[in-house]
Design a protein around this ligand. Structure first.
Ligand SMILES: C[S@@+](CC[C@H](N)C(=O)[O-])C[C@H]1O[C@@H](n2cnc3c(N)ncnc32)[C@H](O)[C@@H]1O
Length: 347
């Protein structure tokens, strides 16, 4: 074929950079449009200590890997798969011959994470995704004919994908429906729970789930009321305590949102059940690490591990709680409240 006869390539249409008012996209939808298109932008976002939209940065990875010490051929369970950051690191260390079961109750994010891990080359022979509450771990293991895991990880709470997506209703900053369900196909959104709850019961939720010091003032102002959106609720929390400074009222908003999220998702019941089942889900010599993000979670984990140690189920447990290094805190402020505890099952 002569050079003149070569097919002329179609002109590549010039792609205009999206214009935003200001330097960066502010709206979540715009951030999402950028996500995945420009590696340099994503690297810059991470460098600035932020989490790129639609992703999650795994916390205390080095510490977790050191304690779990995953080895080729081992069976691992990640009870809170999220974005798969921890899972990916564990998978790389249990191959060849190992397998990881990833559980998550979020039907929105789980398929995306499963697809991402498949793209990284982790086929169904080495990685399986299970849409399940980790309270049901014994049933998941039994269904796979697994008597116990070599290592188990639970990284509690919500993922950055969930917090940053206003349509999920977790964000204290972005307006969205007041939902907060990790599994939107179950239970009731936060708006319905608030509307149904009486002030005394709400005060208990605020104290038990977030140590809210002003529960007696806040509960009557919020219980039984109709709040359609996250920002409507945030405004009502601020209005109920007009004398608080900006920093204090921001903290109050965070505490109320945390308490409601725990109530909506029945998080403590799931955690208690998981902790009860834990020794029987581990093989003799198996290791577990649990990352918590507030005192209510950490207290439960600390107590359960101590009682398992006293009863002889665990041969060793964390003496002191582990915290992120100053470097990690600087690089990822979302790690600020993380606490890590661990245990090793007796042989
Ligand atoms: C902090 S994120 C985990 C992030 C993950 N370690 C990573 O590296 O991407 C917590 C995840 O646990 C899930 N989750 C929280 N409670 C759960 C429960 N009781 N059962 C199953 N999944 C749960 C949430 O949906 C969320 O995706």
């Amino acid at each position: 074929m002569s050079e003149e006869n070569l097919p002329v390539p179609a002109p590549v249409p010039h792609k205009r950079r999206k214009r935003y008012s200001g330097k960066n996209p502010r709206r979540f939808e715009d951030k999402y449009k950028e996500h995945g298109q420009d590696a340099a932008t994503i690297a810059k976002v991470i460098e600035s200590g932020k989490t790129p939209a639609g992703t999650h940065r795994p916390i205390m990875v080095a510490e977790i890997l050191q304690i779990l010490a995953p080895k080729p051929g081992e069976l691992a369970v990640d009870c809170t798969l999220g974005y798969g950051g921890h899972a990916q690191e564990i998978l790389a260390r249990i191959l060849p011959g190992g397998k990881l079961l990833g559980l998550d109750q979020d039907p929105v994010e789980l398929p995306k994470t499963e697809a991402r891990l498949r793209e990284l080359g982790f086929g169904p022979d080495v990685f399986t995704a299970h849409r399940s509450n980790f309270a049901g771990l014994p049933q998941i293991l039994a269904a796979q004919n697994i008597s116990g895991a070599d290592l188990i990880l639970a990284d509690l709470g919500v993922s950055s994908m969930q917090i940053d997506d206003p349509s999920r209703g977790f964000s204290v900053k972005l307006d969205g429906p007041l939902d907060m369900r990790m599994n939107p196909q179950r239970s009731q959104p936060a708006s319905a729970l608030l509307q149904k709850t009486r002030p005394a019961a709400l005060a208990e939720i605020l104290v038990d789930f977030a140590d809210e010091p002003n529960a007696a003032t806040l509960a009557p102002a919020l219980a039984g009321k109709q709040f359609a959106t996250t920002l409507e609720l945030a405004a009502a929390i601020r209005a109920a305590q007009p004398r608080l400074g900006k920093g204090e009222s921001d903290q109050a908003v965070r505490r109320v949102f945390q308490a409601l999220r725990i109530a909506v998702n029945d998080e403590f019941s799931a955690l208690d059940m998981f902790l009860r089942n834990l020794p029987s889900c581990l093989k003799p010599g198996g290791r577990v690490t649990i990352l918590t993000f507030h005192s209510g979670e950490d207290r439960r984990v600390k107590r359960a591990l101590a009682s398992g140690y006293r009863d002889g189920f665990f041969a060793e447990i964390a003496g002191e709680v582990l915290r992120p290094t100053p470097e990690e805190l600087r690089a990822n402020p979302r790690s600020a409240s993380a606490k890590l505890r661990w245990a090793r099952r007796a042989e």
